[in-house]
Design a protein around this ligand. Structure first.
Ligand code: SAM
Ligand code: SF4
Length: 332
């Protein structure tokens, strides 16, 4: 039986996002500069054993769901075996994956066999040229093959698309149309300034409201539907479509009041909000020989000092509040 874990604002914490690497085989311009980022030295990455220990501990404290993210999870060697080992953790109710889909196709049957709960596949454009411009790699055909294979295998799948000024506005309607003939949720995400450089914009043009207005031009009958508890996406249904449409106000941060997430970065920092700069160096404690009880105590102390919302977390940053790190070090 799981414990229930709460933060200092009474919000239950049940969901861990685990960034298993900061390395990636794409260079999405909203996530990192063309030349990539300064990768964390290999020995500074959490090892598989360290990650498994932390997941076990957090599950014993009340975490129920783990999302594997990165960087690109499958650029880390033996990732699928690590995921298989997580699937035997007692009390862990769901393993999910966020991936760019370039290397994922070869692992579909193993993902299915380990009982993956769902996969979020990132596709910002269905046009090969625009996809290559955004990701700086010509990999759309491979990503679409992965999408087909996921659907074929019956693995619940969601598409993630970041909406960017002057980059992929034309793709909103074609992407939304993918929810028609497949049981596929398509989610549009506000661009955040986590690109390794700092914001591309002074004022965000594609807010959740602007995205909704654009969808309404093609789908005037788009209907809001009740989202699941703790969901970050505002959810909508289009008449006759099998899947739903989601819009994630990731920059506007309207969902913080029910946020149930914590994050572990690839270098072993605990984040209790996407917008904080890391609130606990759990790797340092572990490598200094801390016992499970000591790690638990450190986690509990961080959970009881959690920022109220993403604006509060951003204001508490030490380096003048400026966000410029790459999302590939955080995991989204
Ligand atoms: N590489 C995998 C992928 O792209 O799906 C997993 C890691 S990626 C950092 C996780 C999610 O964060 C992706 O859906 C990506 O589109 C999103 N993301 C990355 N940078 C972002 C940004 N600056 N603003 C909004 N979403 C972002
Ligand atoms: Fe890589 Fe994902 Fe970042 Fe794109 S969004 S560069 S695929 S980590």
């Amino acid at each position: 039986m799981n414990n229930t874990l709460f933060d200092n604002h009474g919000r239950p914490l049940t969901y861990l996002r685990l960034a298993v690497t900061d390395r990636c085989n794409l260079r999405c311009f909203y996530c990192m500069p063309a030349g990539g980022i300064q990768y964390i030295p290999r020995k500074e990455l959490l090892s598989f054993e360290e990650m498994e220990r932390l997941v076990r501990l957090l599950v014993s404290m009340g975490i129920q769901k783990v999302r594997i993210t990165g960087g690109e999870p499958f650029v880390r060697k033996d990732m699928i075996h690590f995921m298989e080992s997580l699937s035997s953790i007692e009390g862990l109710q769901a393993i999910n994956l966020t991936t760019n889909g370039v290397l994922t196709g070869q692992y579909i049957s193993q993902l299915k066999a380990l009982g993956i709960k769902s996969v979020n596949l990132s596709i910002d454009s269905l046009d090969r040229e625009r996809f290559a411009r955004i990701t700086r790699r010509d990999e759309l055909p491979e990503v679409l093959r992965t999408l087909d294979a996921l659907l074929e295998a019956g693995i619940p799948t969601k598409l993630n698309a970041v909406v960017m000024d002057g980059q992929n506005e034309e793709d909103l309607i074609p992407l939304a149309m993918l929810s028609k003939d497949h049981p596929l949720d398509v989610r549009f995400i506000e661009e955040m300034p986590f690109n390794g450089e700092g914001a591309h914009y002074t004022q965000l043009k594609w807010t959740w409201q602007a995205i909704l207005d654009k969808l309404k031009t093609q789908f005037p009958d788009i209907q809001p539907v009740k989202a699941e508890a703790h969901a970050t996406a505002r959810q909508y249904q289009l008449a006759g479509h099998q899947g739903k449409i989601g819009i994630i106000p990731a920059f506007s941060r309207t969902f913080c009041g029910s946020c149930n997430r914590i994050r572990l970065t690839a270098k072993g920092q605990l984040k209790t909000c996407l917008y904080d700069e890391g609130v606990l160096d759990i790797k340092a404690l572990m490598r200094a020989g801390a016992s499970d009880e000591e790690l638990k105590k450190a986690f509990l102390s961080a959970f009881s000092n959690r920022a109220k919302d993403g604006f509060d977390a951003e204001n508490k940053r030490k380096k003048g509040g400026k966000i410029s790190e790459s999302m590939s070090t955080i995991g989204g």
